[in-house]
Design a protein around this ligand. Structure first.
Ligand code: ATP
Ligand code: MG
Length: 235
């Protein structure tokens, strides 16, 4: 169980959340979307308890949470395998699981390279692997696809979805790509940047008026081969 109960938070004079009540759906994928600076990262920080609300509280069950921040850096040179081994903090380090993750995330060829010497996109896959190796019940991911090419964006989200189903993980992530957010999620939280957050099913978000108003940008929903897609109108 992981809930926002009447949570209010300001950063300086900027209101981020006002009396927000939200339930994180257990063993489902929830994606947070919203404009830059609206409070998405702040919400993950609250869920991971790296930030405390001004009012209200985060209700927390006895679950293991892994939090992958928007920007990650190492403080000492480590190879991919060395980093992932640190992630395996379990009583029984499951190196078989680690090698599976290395394979599933396409990291086999770089397993012995220094993380710092990989490209930004490769590093991002390594950090996801690191979070998964912690064998969490809940995984919080802040823009896990931001540095990836389209192939790896889709690949990473597919792998994440497979692992989520296989291990019954609760996932809360931030994405900017609206199609990916709606396609891969069960629930979507729309952060408006005025203190309020709407919780919808992903299906309810195929709503041009709703998305246009949240992002203050005209979007359309069209159907390609029977599948709905969000198109951002360019003027
Ligand atoms: N530690 C802080 N001190 C002061 N203001 C902060 C702090 N952290 C965030 N903010 C402000 O709070 C607002 C929300 O920040 P947050 O990082 O949650 O946005 P975001 O939705 O994740 O944006 P982005 O899409 O750019 O990552 C921003 O206006 C930001 O400047
Ligand atoms: Mg952010």
């Amino acid at each position: 169980m992981l809930d926002f109960k009447n949570v209010s938070l300001k950063h300086g004079t900027k209101t981020i959340l006002t009396n927000v009540n939200l339930v994180v759906a257990p063993r489902k994928i929830t994606t947070i979307i919203g404009p830059n600076g609206s409070g998405k990262t702040t919400m993950l920080k609250l869920l991971s308890q790296t930030l405390q609300p001004d009012q209200g509280r985060i209700v927390f069950a006895d679950e293991k949470v892994a939090y992958l921040e928007q920007n990650n850096e190492l403080f000492e040179p480590l190879t991919v395998t060395e980093l992932l081994e640190i992630g395996l903090t379990n009583e029984v380090p499951d190196s078989e699981f680690m090698y599976r993750i290395i394979q599933r995330l396409g990291l086999v060829e770089m397993a012995d390279q220094l993380v710092d010497e990989l490209s930004g996109g490769q590093q991002q896959r390594v950090w996801l692997a690191y979070a998964l190796c912690q064998r969490p019940d809940v995984i919080l991911l802040d823009e896990p696809t931001a540095a990836l090419d389209v192939h790896y964006q889709v690949e990473l989200l597919n792998v994440l979805q497979e692992i989520q189903t296989e291990y019954n993980l609760t996932v809360v992530m931030v994405l900017h790509d609206l199609n990916q957010a709606l396609h891969f999620s069960d629930f979507v939280w729309l952060v408006r940047g005025n203190g309020y957050v709407d919780r919808k099913t992903a299906q309810q978000c195929y709503d041009a008026e709703l998305l246009s108003s949240v992002f203050q940008t005209p979007v359309q929903i069209i159907e390609i081969a029977g599948k709905r897609q969000v198109i951002v109108e360019l003027s």
